[in-house]
Design a protein around this ligand. Structure first.
Ligand code: BG6
Length: 471
């Protein structure tokens, strides 16, 4: 029976902005998600269509508090080690290292914090996988430079990257430059620090900002390899293929078009060139990129070592039906063949296998699934949660993952999203939970903050111990 490779990296994933909290501790500066409220304005602020400056300070800002991972990291990582994880994905909070983003030297307290965290991982036999920017742009850079719309960001970012590559050398070898780079087209503020309210040509700004991120990513890949030949650098896609709603060629073309919108930046990061369809897209959208003479060569030379992805759901598109739901940022028509989560994200394990095959066929790079999971309302009873629905979701997705491997797809590992409950990125809720570990905290940060093992904790422990044979 074919199973996962011996060194397959089973793990769990979180992000600084959704877990750490302690937003003004030890010299940390403010970052974009710290000013995104949990209110009706959350979505437009994240999109950048409403300026964060309009939001009253009376609101609750969940990213400022997270789940106290900042102070609890030791106990939390030990719990994850008890579950048997071999890989732990988190992000570094950029503003713990460079509080404004422009400093000449880094904040030593921030560096020490991550050194301790990743040293602990190593001691526990856990391989860290670190995202440099997971919905994370120093707010000072937004205010002073307009964030990624400004080319100066390339230097600020590469300086930050170089600092952590050097300081964490020997502790971290797997890196992701930007979380879900395609999200900048949708959530332009959280993805790129772009405030677009009142802008006449937002797409021009979005694609220019993305170009700067692509160059910054390529230059960081170069630096990472120079600093430590062991380093492996990944790009990352918010994945989940679009299906045509029907076999009407217009629907088929609409799906092709929507998929290209997602793949656009990954095409650059994996193939080293802007895709052939960029020319027409830029013409139609009247986008004129400002490109420096060396940019194309940089993009060509320093492509990603692996392609990482998040997968929660597939999407469906029709040329004439209006969207009926929105799952992980992208719009979709409801697929009548699929069930949905409580938040309307459709559940599609076969779509996972399809997506993995499509990506491997398109790029030929090893794939690292760094997010997958089910956001659900959990009920804590007698110190645990009977989350059979989550076990069922994972079981089907891991089966699909194995099928993809049998299809020939090369896989590095699988880190489930929100292995410990954390703040939801879309809604800011705590009650949209993903974890194997329950955190006693409600949507407004109230609760004992204690951690409890769910039924899925023991299930995933067996999955890892059996290398996926027992599901
Ligand atoms: C991904 C993000 O898009 O989806 C995560 O990288 C996010 O940060 C995850 O948390 C799930 O989305 P949500 O809105 O349910 O938290």
């Amino acid at each position: 029976m074919m199973t996962f490779n011996e060194n397959f990296l089973w793990g769990g994933a979180i992000a600084a902005n959704q877990a750490e909290g302690w937003y003004d501790e030890a010299g940390r500066g403010l970052s974009v998600m710290d000013v995104v409220p949990m209110s009706a304005e959350r979505k437009p602020v994240k999109r950048g269509t409403v300026s964060y400056k309009k939001i009253s300070n009376d609101n609750y800002f969940p990213a400022r508090f997270g789940v106290d991972f900042y102070t609890n990291y030791d106990a939390d990582i030990r719990l994850l080690a008890e579950m048997g994880i071999k890989c732990f994905r988190t992000s570094i909070s950029w503003t713990r290292i460079f509080p404004k983003g422009i400093e000449d030297s880094p904040n030593e307290q921030g560096l020490l914090y991550y050194k301790k965290m990743f040293t602990l991982c190593k001691q526990l036999g856990i391989e860290p996988l670190v995202t440099l920017s997971h919905f994370d742009v120093p707010l000072y850079l937004v205010e002073k430079y307009g964030a990624w719309r400004n080319r100066k960001m390339i230097n600020f970012y590469t300086k930050y990257a170089e600092t952590v590559f050097k300081e964490l050398k020997g502790l971290v070898k797997y890196w992701i430059t930007f979380n879900e780079i395609n999200v900048i087209l949708h959530n332009s503020f959280s993805g790129g620090g772009l405030v677009l309210e009142g802008e006449k040509h937002p797409d021009q700004i979005r694609f220019q900002a993305a170009h700067h991120q692509l160059v910054a990513s390529a230059l960081s890949t170069k630096l990472a390899h120079e600093i430590d030949a062991e380093n492996q650098i990944g790009c990352m896609l918010a994945a989940g293929d679009y299906y045509p709603f029907s076999c009407n060629p217009k629907d088929v073309f609409a799906a092709l078009d929507k998929n290209r919108e997602s793949y656009f930046f990954i095409d650059v990061q994996c193939k080293g060139v802007y895709p052939f369809y960029a020319k027409r897209l830029f013409e139609e959208k009247q986008i004129v990129l400002e490109v420096m003479p060396d940019d194309y060569e940089t993009l060509k030379k320093y492509t990603a070592d692996f392609l990482s992805l998040s997968y929660y759901t597939s999407r469906t598109i029709s040329h004439n039906l209006k969207k009926t739901n929105e799952a992980n940022v992208m719009v979709s028509v409801e697929n009548p063949y699929l069930e949905s989560s409580e938040w309307g994200w459709q559940i599609d394990p076969l779509g996972f296998r399809i997506t993995l095959n499509t990506l491997y066929e398109r790029y030929g790079k090893p794939l690292f699934v760094v997010e997958n999971g089910l956001g659900a309302r959990d009920k804590l009873e007698n110190g645990t949660v009977e989350d059979d629905y989550r076990i069922s979701y994972f079981k089907k997705h891991i089966e699909a993952l194995l099928e993809a491997q049998k299809d020939g797809v090369e896989l590095i590992g699988y880190t489930t999203w929100g292995c410990i409950d954390l703040v939801a990125a879309s809604t800011g809720e705590m009650e949209k939970r993903y974890g194997f570990i329950y955190v006693d905290r409600n949507n407004f940060g109230e609760g004992s903050n204690k951690r409890f093992k769910k039924k899925s904790f023991y299930w995933y422990q067996k999955v890892i111990a059996s290398n996926g044979k027992i599901l």
